[in-house]
Write a protein that binds this ligand. Structure first.
Ligand code: ATP
Length: 573
């Protein structure tokens, strides 16, 4: 329930549209009651053959209610859907704003398929919260009160029957159906989320699954989960369908009881027979606004769970990292030094430290390599520098400022990153390059492409997602083109040539290094080729710095670096 209250708070930003929808919903419902009531009265009066002028007022009333009903129903649909789409838009922005600063730490808690399903499908599901859960009961209560008072002036017994009918259809039935829908709803959601996870894994792992001959196995799993989902949807359909039919039956039953009471009263002479049709039709019509109540439990349950799942992701925000209010202004065109002082770090939910008391300094324009076996903590250093994770001990500084002083965007603007796997979007070469420098002109882009020996590409060439239409070497050179365009003072290289053959590796290196002269460079690698040109090498082992020095010093020292180098050479032989 707490989540729904939170949801309502976000929704209330659209209070004008919400009020308008409720008001128009009420006018439409009461006009329906008025139309059928005055219609019933007109027919009864007409049957008595009165002079035509006595019917004029009733005819005008029928026309008035008819037109008002049509216009207000249209306006109600228009404004309620407008409110719904505005609310959904706001919710998407709200959740995106909350989630964005939590990435990539978020991926340690959620599988990407599940996250996708939460942010897309769960927000989508919330459209029914306003349309089916939030405002129809408000309209229903006001319409019943108004109609109950009108009927009361004719007969107390009829009004009591109407109110009993209302309590059964509008309150008791939805409560009973809540019980049934809870179970079905939770299975349905579980299956939907499972299907989303399976499909996402199928798409992301397509190549691996195919090469390992596991494609059909995965397909079968997807089909099985899909069948289970269909099964749950069928059950859900049966429950919500029966909810509606039971409500309708009870509404007709109430109208029958009103008719029977009316007949008795007319027989006794306590009610004028001309009002009988009007009262029965009014009773029938007023239930139009109560029958949607049967669908409320299902939608309510779905909205409750959808909002719980959504707010759960953002809950990590409750212990937010220290956020800098104003970032120090550092010119991005000047070299910058980087310093780690006794930095220790444990990933959220991890049981051991990824970094332990790491200290090193890279002065302006210096180039250092950080080497170590897989899992030694190399990427974790970049994760902290780029502020993907907070909550470390010790101090990291850029220039003369502590990293905590920088806002995320400002800190990231000081780095260019070239990694082993750079992402390219399914868009033109131009769009993929402008990502690094949105204001760059075509001439500038073409110049950079020629600098990285990619003159054969046109700016309008469209890349397949992840740059799969390019060779590995071309992808890396395109990533270097982005780095040149961004022109940040610190360059982070994360195994930029791993996976390339030695000729392509040489080509990429020859394109890369001339552009790094004026930059502070940190290279992380587990391969020890070409490290002679680095000013300093830091060797990490299980998150700790175990050795540091120039290439020659480390070779001479015959320590861990020397051992790693020897092992690598042995492997090559
Ligand atoms: N998101 C994460 N959540 C929990 N633990 C993590 C996470 N990322 C890394 N680790 C752990 O932190 C330690 C250091 O990992 P890191 O990725 O920094 O090593 P690495 O030297 O860069 O490895 P590789 O060369 O394979 O990329 C490892 O024990 C790893 O399991």
């Amino acid at each position: 329930m707490k989540e729904l209250i939170q949801l309502v708070k976000v929704m209330l930003v659209e209070k004008k549209l919400i009020m308008l929808s409720i008001l128009l919903g009420f006018i439409a419902a009461i006009s329906s009651v008025g139309l059928l009531g005055s219609g019933g009265y007109l027919i009864s009066q007409a049957a008595l053959h009165p002079p035509l002028y006595t019917l004029t007022v009733t005819i005008i009333l029928v026309r008035f209610f008819g037109l008002t009903r049509a216009a207000s129903r249209y306006a109600e649909r228009y404004f309620s859907h407008k409110a719904t789409f505005s609310i959904l838009g706001r919710l998407r922005v709200y959740f995106y704003d909350k989630i964005e600063p939590l990435a990539p730490a978020l991926f340690s808690s959620y599988r990407s398929g599940d996250l996708l399903s939460r942010v897309v499908a769960d927000v989508e599901k919330l459209q029914f919260f306003f349309l089916r859960v939030f405002y129809p009961p408000l309209v229903m209560v006001v319409v019943f009160i108004t109609t109950g008072i009108i009927i009361y002036t004719f007969s107390v017994a009829m009004a009591v029957v109407l109110w009993i009918g209302f309590l059964i259809v509008g309150v008791a039935l939805p409560t009973i159906f809540t019980y049934f829908t809870e179970n079905i709803g939770s299975n349905l959601r579980q299956k939907r989320s499972q299907l989303s996870v399976e499909i996402t894994e199928y798409l992301f792992g397509f190549t691996d699954l195919r090469t390992n001959l596991r494609l059909s196995e995965k397909k079968n799993t997807i089909e099985k989960v899909s069948d289970e989902l269909i099964n749950e949807q069928e059950k859900d359909g049966v429950v919500s369908g029966s909810g509606e039919s039971v409500s309708l039956t009870l509404a007709y039953l109430t109208a029958w009881v009103v008719l029977v009471i009316g007949v008795i009263y007319v027989d006794r002479g306590t009610l004028d027979g001309v009002f009988l049709a009007m009262l029965v039709l009014v009773t029938l019509t007023v239930f139009e606004s109560a029958t949607p109540m049967a669908a409320i439990p299902g939608h309510m349950e779905e909205s409750k769970v959808a909002s719980r799942r959504l707010f759960q992701i953002t809950k990590q925000e409750e212990k937010p990292p220290k956020k800098a209010e104003v970032s120090p202004r550092i010119p991005t065109d000047q070299p910058l030094k980087v310093k780690f002082q006794n930095v220790s770090f444990t990933y959220p939910n991890a049981w051991r430290k990824a970094l332990k008391n790491v200290s090193f300094q890279v002065n302006e324009k210096r180039k250092i390599a950080i080497v170590g076996a897989s899992g030694s903590g190399k990427s974790s250093l970049f994760n902290l520098l780029l502020k993907f994770y907070e909550g470390y001990e010790g101090e990291i500084s850029l220039g003369n400022h502590c990293l905590h002083e920088f806002r995320e965007e400002e800190a990231r603007s000081l780095f260019s990153v070239v990694s082993q796997e750079n992402h390219f979007f399914n868009d033109t070469v131009r769009a993929n390059l402008l990502l690094a420098k949105p204001e760059a002109t075509d001439d500038e882009l073409l110049n950079v492409l020629s600098n990285v020996s990619l003159s054969q590409l046109s700016l309008d060439d469209v890349l397949i997602e992840k740059g799969l239409s390019l060779s590995g070497g071309e992808r890396q050179r395109l990533a270097i083109a982005r780095m040149i365009l961004k022109d940040a003072p610190i360059v982070l290289l994360d195994e930029p040539t791993t996976g390339l053959d030695s000729i392509t590796e040489k080509e990429v290196q020859s394109v890369l290094w001339p552009h790094l002269e004026q930059k502070t460079v940190i290279l992380i690698t587990h391969r020890l080729v070409g490290l002679e040109k680095m000013d300093d090498i830091i060797v990490l082992d299980k998150g700790e710095v175990c050795e540091q020095g120039s290439y020659d010093e480390l070779i001479e020292q015959k320590g861990p670096f020397y051992d790693l180098k020897r092992l690598e050479l042995e492997k090559v032989m």
